[in-house]
Design a protein around this ligand. Structure first.
Ligand SMILES: [Zn+2]
Length: 180
């Protein structure tokens, strides 16, 4: 009969890498979630008043700006937002439509140039019922995708993703945007 196994220190590696996404926990807890739909409570109205580093702003256009998602689905997840506090796509002006589209297109090019993303999900959730976290202020998601980036990763892929610190990602994308 052998002695019971005692685990020492951090234990034995189990060949399963961990994917830590602590930033998602803040989202799950509802941090920064506005309590009403006013401009003063709106994070997408507040971001442009911050400096680029603190606000995670990648690019400022004339009518819209590009910002890193604080709770990214994948590294490099950007959002294109009009400066104006408008909720619905039908409310934005022709000029805003054009700039949103143009910034979305450039965002794809910039992300590709720095990360070689294999694909993208582009989209706007219109209304809380459709999944918009901040329904009161329109935002276009630009989510880069890589093969096997999310699905079954820890189980099948045994792949460790290393989500960069958001500040590093912002600096990388902002620099690439200047050269785009
Ligand atoms: Zn707003």
């Amino acid at each position: 009969m052998t002695d019971p196994v005692r685990q020492q220190g951090v234990g034995e590696p189990d060949d399963l890498d961990r994917l830590w996404t602590p930033h998602r926990m803040a989202y799950i807890r509802g941090e920064n979630k506005p309590t009403d739909e006013s401009t003063g409570e709106c994070p997408f109205c507040q971001v442009p008043t911050m400096d680029d580093e603190y606000g995670l702003v990648v690019h400022r256009g004339e009518l819209a700006y590009v910002v890193l998602n604080l709770y990214p689905y994948s590294p490099g997840h950007l959002m294109v937002c009009p400066y104006r506090h408008v909720a619905d796509y039908t409310e934005i002006t022709d000029a805003e439509v054009v700039e949103l589209a143009d910034l979305t297109r450039t965002a794809m090019r910039v992300i590709r140039s720095v990360s070689g993303a294999g694909g993208f999900n582009l989209g706007m959730n219109q209304g809380a019922i459709a999944g918009a976290g901040i329904a009161a202020h329109l935002h276009q998601h630009v989510v880069p995708r890589w093969p096997g980036d999310q699905n079954f990763m820890p189980i099948i892929g045994r792949t460790k993703t290393l989500p960069e610190l958001l500040s590093d990602t912002r600096a990388l994308l902002a620099e690439a945007w200047k050269n785009s």
